[in-house]
Design a binder for this molecule. Structure first.
Ligand SMILES: CC(=O)N[C@@H]1[C@@H](OP(=O)(O)OP(=O)(O)OC[C@H]2O[C@@H](n3ccc(=O)[nH]c3=O)[C@H](O)[C@@H]2O)O[C@H](CO)[C@@H](O)[C@@H]1O
Length: 405
């Protein structure tokens, strides 16, 4: 589905999505681009398990226009990257976009950036400049981030710190803007809707929302952390756990083995975004290794314990909304016990804070793109014109859903 108001002369924007967090963080930009009159927008889903993205994108009342499904025959990220590059190159040739927009640090984003670079396309990188400073942690995301930064023509940094990271790598000031993170736009959009609490959410005064999916925590570290969390629930009758478990079969088996059989521990499948936001709103505490949840929880005043040794999101820790507890079980147990037993310590963390933006990141990003490609009337949602593109043709561009497999 092309944007309703776009015309044949409108510049074409290819918006890439590959995983659930990319959908959540790209959706506010896609929605904003669809509102303006000067943009023709195509949503391109690239990667494995694309069927999982349909619900996620529908939660934002959007649709996928083109799909590049990439199957993995060997256990190799390089195989995936090579297939994405080859197939996205074919689609880019056919669509001839003005801009490619992608978010984050996945292999999909890295491979798309390579294609955009070789085709000399504008490449807009959303959530630019996140760095741990350790090339192999997280692996391979930190490497992907740096490759993407080489290809990007406009870097949309979520925070001043992320922009400073880019400037230190030599990115020119005029190519980098601080926008806030679009996840806060998505969160506030969703949190403003009436969201029913999941039926199996634990009915206790202090429910903990747990997510854990990082590759580096898989296996023994995760087992130790789950053991510590079970011990916390057994120690405190007013504490429960809501755990949407990652679909990875090893993680599922581990979670079943360590966590099953306790009335206040609820193991559930990965939840759609509206349900997850409802659970987040109802939680007392968040324990996670997720990047997105580190950003979302502070905005709703939910303290976060981060199951990582390093984070590319230091802002939440710096403002007192999050603590980096690593993966040692004693530290995790002790941190939760402290927040449980010391209400002052809890309240100090539980103030709503917005280190990742005010919910208007997508507006800033679309305005910066308009400036970059010389849109004459960027705020127009009725009759904008593209400079140098001639008179606006009232013919609405339409595109059927395509697959290039
Ligand atoms: C290394 C790293 O940090 N990489 C990050 C990673 O993203 P992540 O760590 O944030 O990934 P997840 O935790 O999977 O997703 C989180 C989102 O999903 C929602 N959620 C969660 C559970 C559920 O059951 N239902 C849901 O709806 C939740 O509220 C949140 O919004 O990849 C992104 C690019 O893909 C990167 O940009 C980003 O740096």
């Amino acid at each position: 589905m092309a944007s309703r108001a776009a015309t044949k002369q409108s510049p074409l924007f290819v918006c890439i999505i590959g995983t659930r967090p990319e959908v959540i963080k790209m959706a506010p930009i896609i929605r904003r681009l669809r509102e303006v009159r000067w943009a023709d927008v195509r949503v391109v889903a690239i990667g494995q398990h694309l069927e999982l993205l349909d619900q996620a994108i529908a939660d934002f009342e959007l649709q996928i226009d083109h799909r590049i499904a990439v199957e993995r025959q060997r256990n190799s990220i390089i195989e995936i990257a090579a297939k994405i590059m080859e197939r996205f190159d074919v689609l880019a040739d056919r669509l001839s976009p003005t801009c490619v927009i992608a978010q984050g640090d996945t292999t999909t984003v890295m491979a798309s950036a390579m294609v955009a670079f070789h085709r000399r396309l504008e490449f807009i990188h959303v959530e630019a400049g996140l760095r741990t400073g350790v090339l192999r942690a997280p692996f391979p995301e930190e490497f992907n981030r740096r490759v993407v930064a080489l290809a990007a023509t406009l870097h949309c940094a979520p925070t001043a710190q992320a922009a400073a990271n880019l400037r230190a790598e030599g990115v020119r000031e005029q190519d980098c803007i601080v926008t806030g993170n679009t996840v806060i736009d998505a969160l506030l959009y969703m949190a403003g809707r009436t969201l029913p609490l999941p039926a199996d959410f634990p009915d206790v005064p202090k429910p903990i929302l747990l997510t854990a999916h990082r590759r580096e925590n898989a296996g023994a570290p995760l087992e130790r952390m789950l053991g510590a969390l079970r011990a916390v629930v057994e120690r405190y009758p007013d504490v429960g756990l809501y755990f949407p478990v990652h679909p990875n079969p090893d993680t599922q088996r581990l979670a079943e083995r360590v966590m099953s059989g306790h009335e206040r521990i609820r193991l559930v499948p990965a939840q759609n975004y509206p349900t997850l936001v409802a659970a987040l709103k109802a939680s007392w505490l968040v324990v996670t290794d997720s990047g997105g949840l580190q950003e979302e929880a502070p905005a709703l005043g939910k303290p976060v314990l981060v199951l990582r040794d390093v984070t590319e999101r230091p802002e939440a820790v710096d403002c007192g909304a999050a603590r980096l507890v690593g993966t040692l079980p004693d530290r995790l147990h002790h941190s939760i016990a402290e927040l449980h037993d010391n209400s002052q310590a809890y309240q100090a963390m539980a103030q709503p804070r917005f280190p990742y933006g005010d919910g208007h990141a997508a507006d800033r990003i679309v305005a910066a793109i308009a400036e970059r490609i010389h849109i004459r009337d960027p705020s127009s949602t009725i009759s904008g014109q593209v400079l140098g593109a001639g008179p606006v043709d009232p013919t609405t561009v339409s595109s059927d859903e395509n697959s290039i497999d």
